[in-house]
Design a protein around this ligand. Structure first.
Ligand code: 13P
Length: 220
């Protein structure tokens, strides 16, 4: 099984109808969720709060997403952790509430360059994964922070090592994210513990995203 998800981040993204029929998940900004659902795409939000409702300005709850026809959500993306102060505890609460409500979750983990160079990768991954519990609707995305949007990709061997370590902690599928492009996707998908990809920039381009989906399909 290979899972390919496209994280559009805070970009408007492609026309959802142009993606119809693609075996992939899309994670558009909140304003495009309805369009993507209407186009028949498997649609995830980019974040979800742990409370069903309340005085939480700027947040969205799992029941609200489900009402829109959304299937799941990313949680704990490194941009949320680094730029918006999200903690492991918050990631745990968001994940547990979303799963409890019936959503699927892609929980993101990954080390910074500084942490990798200090040989702390495993300790960081252990800490980030330790707050999550195994669940049939939970997937982890390993996204080394230094590889996101930089054009630097982890080598297939580096990804494999990290994925095998994560799976030794929690028995769930693990996607790789960080500068996945059509020309490096096949090498990553060849690794036994790389169960798919979470694609940022290349998911905004229909041809690139389709090529990555095809690379995933020819592996599975
Ligand atoms: P890029 O593919 O643009 O490096 O982004 C990866 C990512 O953050 C996906 O969530």
């Amino acid at each position: 099984m290979s899972i390919v998800a496209g994280n559009w981040k805070m970009f408007d993204g492609p026309d959802p109808h142009a993606l119809a029929g693609l075996d992939a998940i899309v994670c558009p900004p909140y304003t495009r969720l309805r369009d993507c659902v209407a186009a028949g795409l498997t649609t995830y939000a980019q974040n979800v709060h742990w409370e069903p409702e309340g005085a939480y300005t700027g947040e969205i709850s799992a029941p609200m997403l489900l009402e829109l026809g959304v299937t799941g959500s990313l949680v704990g993306h490194s941009e949320r952790r680094q730029l918006f102060g999200e903690t492991d505890e918050g990631v745990a609460r968001r994940t547990a509430a979303a799963l409890e409500a019936g959503l699927h979750v892609i929980a993101c983990v990954g080390e910074t360059l500084e942490q990798r160079e200090a040989d702390e990768t495993q300790a960081v991954l252990r800490r980030q994964v330790s707050v999550l519990d195994e669940h049939e609707r939970l997937v982890i995305a390993y996204e080394p922070v230094w590889a996101i949007g930089t054009g630097l990709t982890a080598t297939p061997e580096m990804a494999q090592t990290a994925h095998a370590f994560i799976k030794s902690l929690l028995d769930v599928p693990v996607l790789y994210g960080g500068s996945v492009k059509p020309d490096n996707a096949t090498g990553l998908f060849e690794q036994p513990d790389v169960d798919g990809a979470l694609v940022g920039g290349a998911s905004l381009d229909i041809d690139s995203f389709r090529a990555i989906c095809e690379a995933a399909r020819s592996r599975s």
